[in-house]
Ligand binder design. Structure first.
Ligand code: HEM
Length: 339
């Protein structure tokens, strides 16, 4: 294995999270140009992708696996509503179990194994030291509801979208590390409804075009896109529900600590059609890296400066950067000869 889960790290309190050199090297840096603006940045997720990259497998398991699974457990303990599935999404939840278990056991045979005898399945998660035999499709044979059962063993947040009347509805999900949005609030909403707060993109027709594209996704033809924001400290759970715990973090940023405190938070989002239910599985795999670590790469450092300097005002505000944005641009300018 090139990427092995390591010791348990924290994403709260003392923030012991850190990236190895390899994790920084494979970080999905989201800026192909010096300018950034929303676009329909969707492309085929052709598998397997280049060896060692985050795009190699459908589900990317990396050195933070054990830490992220522990963090997910803490969040679900505090607020069980971070995982919900409407009754009509039951089949989609089983589709998710199939897709995750099948690909994880094929892609990481040292870590996961799956054996099937008709509907009797045996799953062995060697990383979490967990083994279960269950009847596929029968929730009474699992210790947890199907989406929570598998969601507690896979890095990244997940939403399962029901497709009807040419639209998508957020009718199930397990979301414990969102970039400031709430599953409980968005549950049952349509594609444009849950994207309501996003500035500029509606006017540019981005959501109209994206929705058409998504509704046409075929089985075994997943697509992907990257999304990004900035987060103070290596905090995974920046949800509205826990805002009192992290909202004031923004006031702690200074010119001395900004490189260490501010983290680029990149979401590798994959959309995958489920064969039985016709639902779309939407995975949001979050990667965090401090600016200091990212700026060890001179090209990334220069580009970050240019992107942040030119970021449209409505995006600065929507992404919650207003308070420290001038300080950020000033700090990044040290890496850019043209500033
Ligand atoms: C169907 C799967 C998708 C789901 C479940 C989803 C969900 C979300 C949610 C919950 C938000 C936060 C909105 C808020 O502020 O409350 C968001 C933001 C956003 N979404 Fe999506 N989205 C999906 C697909 C897409 C696609 C295909 C696009 C592409 C064109 C897109 C573009 C965006 C953009 C530009 C933002 C603003 C992000 C930022 O500036 O940080 N989304 N999405």
């Amino acid at each position: 294995m090139r990427v092995a889960p390591t010791k348990i790290e924290t994403f709260r309190d003392d923030f012991t999270y850190s990236n190895s050199e390899f994790a920084i090297k494979r970080f999905p840096f989201p800026f192909p140009e010096d300018d950034y603006m929303y676009s329909v940045n969707i492309e085929p997720h052709t598998l397997p992708g280049p060896v060692g990259t985050v795009n190699e497998h459908l589900i990317d398991i990396d050195e933070h696996y054990l830490s992220e699974m522990r963090e997910r457990g803490i969040v679900l303990e505090e607020n069980p509503k971070r995982c919900l599935a409407m009754p009509h999404m039951d089949l989609a939840c089983w589709d998710m179990i199939d897709r995750c278990m099948t690909t994880m056991s094929e892609d990481y045979p040292d870590y996961f194994s799956l054996t099937k005898d008709g509907d009797t399945w045996h799953w062995h998660n060697k990383l979490l030291d967990q083994q279960d035999t269950f009847t596929f499709g029968d929730s009474s044979t699992l210790s947890l509801p199907p989406m929570e059962y598998i969601g507690r063993q896979v890095q990244g947040d997940f939403a399962l979208l029901d497709q009807r009347d040419g639209d998508l509805f957020m009718d199930a999900g397990i979301v414990t590390c969102p970039a400031d949005w709430s599953l409980a609030f968005d549950a049952g909403m349509s594609f444009k409804e849950w994207h309501g707060p996003v500035p500029m993109a509606h006017e540019l027709g981005i959501f109209d075009r994206a929705l058409k594209y998504l509704c046409a996704i075929q089985v075994n033809r997943p697509v992907r896109r990257l999304n990004w924001t900035l987060t103070v400290n290596a905090r995974m759970d920046t949800s509205p529900e826990t805002y009192p715990q992290w909202g004031t973090d923004r006031t702690t940023v200074t010119p001395e600590n900004i490189g260490e405190k501010i983290h680029l938070r990149v979401e590798l989002q994959v959309l995958d059609r489920m064969p039985r239910s016709n639902a779309l599985m939407f995975s949001i795999r979050t990667y965090l890296a401090s600016l200091e670590d990212l700026c060890s790469n001179p090209e990334w450092a220069r580009r970050l400066h240019r992107v942040m300097k030119g970021l449209p005002e409505p995006l600065i505000e929507y992404k919650g950067l207003t308070r420290y944005h001038p300080m950020l641009v000033e700090w990044l300018s040290q890496f850019d000869p043209v500033n």
